[in-house]
Design a protein around this ligand. Structure first.
Ligand code: M6R
Length: 610
């Protein structure tokens, strides 16, 4: 969602802000703006609806705006339509304060009415403007005094960047429930929504915790807690290369990330298999704890939730313990049955998804122990978990997840094995077989990727369909949910995934001549049943694209119009192979439909508002 960048130093700030914002574009946005202060020109604010390029053109790549302190923002509209006036920075009536914000000020209407009753005039429909106006209202020459009063007044989730024309050597950064990182340089300092925006300038960062306030000038950063007491922050070094967040010759980040999956899975899995055993560093869950466990509650959103769906099938089979999968946005409101014997397994690429974070805190409050699977090191979910297992996918930039999904799946296999070993619910033989199979996933994905043109061919056949069903049973159903989401997200095609046995209970009434049905049929024990479902939809005019394993080649070809085959693998690991053609299919269809693949409309990479 909204992206924030701030810089204070000696260099011209506008090009730095634009560069930082360009690296946050992936988060999803509809407008952008910058505020720069200079002694000569005072507070200069330039904002524009649309792509960052529009803003950049207006300010001639930053050359038209001079000054060496400023804030930048990419907005993902919540309150008020995307427009120039609703873009950030939002400025107070007298122009003293410029504010950028990610999150939602929940009580903004009360504050707005209060300020309006005192004669303050508002120009935007945003919740953020109240912060700028309230700062001005409380300001009596003491910047931090005004900040403190505002913080007592506002409710909701926010990462804020504040620039005050009366203190033009300082930026104030505040974090509550929305991510904010401070970068430390030599003679300059930065703030940003995530490290991607600052990695070009510094690798030394502070991750702000909830309630913390940072004051940056060019020579240093002071961090305070909510009571304005100084806090000693731990310095983190970011060690991934900037090239990891660049396209490196590929047309789209999504395609690059699809192609990176073998490496991402190798990096995530191989170091954790030693002498044929799963070894998880810093993993404190014991056999005794697991034996007492009443339930595993998997909590996540979107694709991470679909990883949870796969994990449920595998965990229940391997562990014979009940596993429930909850959408994080529902978990908090369904009076979940959680005890101190419940393990909450929280899955999140970004580690910042607000619903997942809030659900995780609720699970903790109810007594659960939290184990998380996270991609972004230092993210809030990672820091607040009892145990964390990182997916080593590297930065994922495309909004539609691919390599994060695949590495999350891989971690669930590792966890299934580890838990089963501790609980003694797996034989040595089955354990060894599963470990060996796990190590073959990357090379088998490479085989699928080597034949990507076949999938491009099917995309060319079917890209014009506007309604698509995915059907599957068991693990095939779980992974088809992800295939269907990919098509919705980046191709804007209405698609639904159904457990194939459910078709007859309603959805089959929608199948007519030319409906595309993607049938996942890789679970061999359910192959015949799935083929019956294929016959049912074909009898009603559907075109069927089947996906199965090589050993079913002949049988599959008998029933479907087009077939995609993946290599055979241990049945529990099938989702890791099945998902690849579905990702590629969605990618090529989106390409043929001319969609904005990396930045699909209305979507944000990291969803930091409820
Ligand atoms: O960062 P998270 O894994 O918590 O994000 C959860 C979802 O927002 C995410 O998986 C979303 O569904 C993806 N855009 C799907 O491609």
């Amino acid at each position: 969602m909204c992206g924030i960048v701030g810089y204070v130093g000696a260099d011209e700030v506008a090009p730095i802000l634009l560069d930082g914002l360009s690296r946050l574009e992936y988060r999803g946005y509809d407008s952008a703006g910058i505020a720069v202060w200079s002694g000569q020109d005072g507070m200069q604010v330039v904002k524009a609806k649309g792509r960052l390029q529009v803003l950049s053109d207006i300010v001639a790549g930053g050359k038209n705006v001079t000054g060496s302190i400023g804030l930048g923002h990419t907005r993902w509209a919540t309150h008020g339509e995307p427009s120039d006036v609703n873009s950030h920075p939002q400025v107070s009536e007298q122009g003293r304060f410029a504010v950028v914000h990610n999150g939602i000020i929940e009580n903004y209407m009360q504050i707005k009415e209060f300020l309006q009753s005192r004669g303050v005039r508002f120009v935007s429909q945003t919740d953020t403007e109240v912060v700028a106006q309230l700062l001005e209202y409380y300001y009596d020459g003491d910047l931090m005094g005004a900040v403190s009063k505002v913080l007592h007044r506002i409710e909701g989730a926010y990462a804020l960047g504040i620039l005050c024309a009366d203190c033009p050597d300082k930026l104030v950064a505040i974090r509550k429930d929305s991510p904010l990182v401070v970068g430390l340089g030599e003679g300059f300092n930065l703030l940003a929504s995530d490290v991607t925006a600052m990695i070009k300038y510094t690798r030394e960062v502070y991750y702000l915790d909830d309630g913390e306030i940072a004051v940056l000038d060019k020579d240093g950063v002071q961090v305070y807690d909510g009571y304005f007491q100084p806090v000693e922050k731990e310095l983190h070094h970011v060690d991934w290369e900037i090239s990891a967040a660049e396209k490196g010759g590929y047309e789209h980040f999504m395609f690059k990330e699809i192609m990176e999956q073998p490496k991402a899975i190798r990096d995530t899995v191989f170091p954790r298999i030693q002498d044929g055993k799963v070894v998880l560093d810093d993993f404190t869950i014991t056999k005794e704890y697991l034996e007492e466990l009443d339930k595993i509650y998997i909590i996540a959103c979107g694709s991470s939730y679909y990883v949870g769906m796969v994990a449920k099938y595998n965990f229940e089979k391997l562990l014979r313990k009940p596993v429930e999968v909850a959408l994080a946005s529902e978990f908090r409101y369904c009076e979940p049955i959680v005890t101190d014997k419940t393990l909450a397994l929280v899955i999140s690429q970004s580690g910042e998804t607000i619903d997942t974070l809030a659900a995780m805190r609720e699970a903790k409050r109810l007594g659960a122990r939290v184990l998380s699977i996270v991609n972004v090191v230092g993210s809030t979910i990672a820091r607040e978990s009892d145990d964390v297992i990182y997916t080593w996918a590297g930065p994922e930039i495309a909004v539609a997840t691919t390599k994060a999904y695949s590495t999350q799946l891989a971690v669930t296999y590792l966890l299934g094995l580890k838990f089963a070993e501790l609980l003694n619910t797996i034989s040595d033989e089955d354990y060894g077989e599963l470990v060996r199979a796990l190590l073959t996933i990357p090379s088998k994905i490479e085989e699928i990727l080597a034949h990507k043109e076949d999938i491009q061919h099917y995309a060319a056949l079917y890209f014009n369909h506007n309604s698509v069903f995915f059907i599957g049973r068991n693990l095939d159903y779980a992974v088809s949910l992800e295939g269907s989401l990919k098509l919705k997200e980046i191709c804007y095609i209405h698609s639904e995934a159904y457990a194939a046995g459910e078709l007859k209970h309603g959805p089959i009434s929608l199948v007519e001549d030319g409906t595309l049905v993607v049938a996942l049929a890789s679970c061999t024990n359910l192959f015949d049943k799935l083929m019956s479902n294929v016959k049912e939809v074909k009898a009603r005019g559907a075109d069927v694209l089947g996906i199965s394993i090589e050993s079913q080649r002949e049988e599959l070809h008998k029933s479907v119009d087009a077939a995609i085959l993946v290599p055979d693998i241990h049945p529990m690991l099938l989702p890791s192979l099945d998902v690849i053609p579905m990702q590629l299919f969605a990618y090529y269809v989106a390409l043929m439909r001319g969609c904005d693949i990396d930045k699909p409309r209305n979507l944000a990479k990291s969803v930091t508002v409820e």
